[in-house]
Design a protein around this ligand. Structure first.
Ligand SMILES: [Zn+2]
Ligand SMILES: [Zn+2]
Ligand SMILES: [Zn+2]
Ligand SMILES: [Zn+2]
Length: 399
């Protein structure tokens, strides 16, 4: 490509919002958002979803909305002339767009208006979006949020969401200072994309702007029930330092999701480093397995969880027993089934007799309860009796 052709392509590139979205810098032309606002304000329908047309022509329509109707035919003539003159370049741009879109993880496809607005919010400068979002009708903003909500909750669209997150990742202008100039809905959208949490889009969210900004910048936990300042650890932990936004007070180092579960055998914390772990995630990674007994007679084994952060092994029998003795009376049948299911799975590979007995007992009670062969209250009493008798027979082992 010669220099002239390249310059001309670049010029059109930056005029075309579809393409400039990817540069992450200010567009010299009017942005789609601005156009959208103008469009809605003028109550004039312009089909910005028509991807067969160059955005440029739509933009001209919008810019001309304020003109008197008399100039319309003149404008049309101008456009017809320019359109025929620029068609080859348009083809080049379309193919560029296709390449860019396929880089985004998807096949070439039609981009809807809410999606374009969303992309613009994520790509254009904070200030320009903050200004135009004020003028955007509530309805349009709602449609954009709805599009994002759908994107977050549809597993098949994961690649698309990751593409948007990567785009945010590439921007260097998103600092505490610039973000403080955000429109509140703009910030909600930025945070929701970054955290993959649609709860940030809620109308009822009552988080101060500063908290939202800190969540966006990975300085604060995204779990609204936790909101710890990050990192929580004051020591050099490879999990906390290796995962942006990871909160050891409430997140699982394996699936990286937060959990606020309590009174359950399915969510366990380490005595040494206080990091949590889903028992199901630990089993998936083979972190729950028999190991040499920590406090029992030498040469014996017990079921342990090995924490990936600190490498500490913690025995499971005492933990499960404590949870049941403390909470089982309060559980309904559904919870009791889930907890027994968890226990039978934890102790499935036991080598020691205690672990084996617990596995057999939990399995038996789980089946009886599930098949309604035994009332929940009886199941509960039986497992509590098992733990109490076991406690009489062996010296207590603390976790
Ligand atoms: Zn940590
Ligand atoms: Zn947290
Ligand atoms: Zn997990
Ligand atoms: Zn630990």
């Amino acid at each position: 490509m010669d220099l002239k052709a390249k310059n001309s392509l670049l010029a059109t590139f930056s005029e075309n919002p579809k393409l400039d979205l990817f540069s992450g810098k200010d567009s010299p032309g009017k942005t789609l958002l601005e156009k959208g606002a103008a469009c809605e304000k003028g109550k004039e329908a312009v089909d910005s979803e028509n991807s067969n047309q160059d955005e440029k022509w739509v933009e001209r329509d919008l810019l001309n909305l304020s003109e008197s109707k008399g100039t319309a035919s003149k404008r049309q003539a101008e456009e017809d002339f320019q359109e025929s003159e620029k068609r080859p370049k348009l083809e080049t741009l379309k193919s560029n767009l296709r390449i860019l879109e396929s880089k985004d993880g998807g096949k070439p496809r039609k981009i809807s208006r809410p999606e374009r607005i969303l992309r613009e919010i994520l790509s254009e400068s904070i200030i320009s979006i903050a200004q135009t979002i004020h003028e955007l009708p509530e309805e349009t903003l709602e449609l954009t949020k709805e599009y994002l909500r759908n994107l977050i909750s549809t597993p098949e669209k994961k690649a698309e969401l990751v593409g948007l997150q990567n785009r945010l990742e590439m921007r260097s202008d998103l600092t505490k200072e610039t973000l403080s100039k955000c429109h509140k809905d703009q910030l909600k959208i930025l945070v929701a994309v970054r955290t993959s949490l649609k709860s940030f889009l809620s109308r009822n969210i009552r988080l101060p702007m500063t908290d939202m900004i800190e969540i966006f910048l990975f300085m604060r936990c995204r779990n609204m029930n936790c909101k710890s300042l990050l990192p929580v650890d004051d020591y050099d932990c490879k999990i906390c330092s290796g995962n942006k936004g990871f909160c050891s007070s409430c997140m699982c180092p394996i699936c990286l999701n937060f959990d606020c579960a309590s009174n359950t055998c399915s969510w366990i914390d380490c005595d040494v480093c206080s990091h949590w772990c889903h028992v199901a995630c630990g089993m998936q990674k083979n972190l729950i397995k028999p190991g040499p007994s920590l406090k029992g007679p030498s040469g014996t084994t017990e079921m342990q969880i090995h924490y990936i952060g600190c490498g500490h092994a913690s025995e499971m029998f005492g933990f499960v027993k404590d949870v049941f003795l403390c909470c089982a009376k309060e559980w309904g049948p559904e919870t009791l089934i889930k907890e027994l299911d968890c226990v039978r799975k934890i102790f499935r590979g036991s080598d020691d007799s205690r672990g084996k007995d617990l596995h057999i007992k939990a399995e038996e009670l789980f089946i009886r309860l599930q098949n309604k062969m035994m009332p929940a209250a009886d199941v509960c009493n039986t497992i509590l009796w098992f733990f109490n008798v076991e406690a009489l027979n062996t010296p207590p082992l603390s976790r």
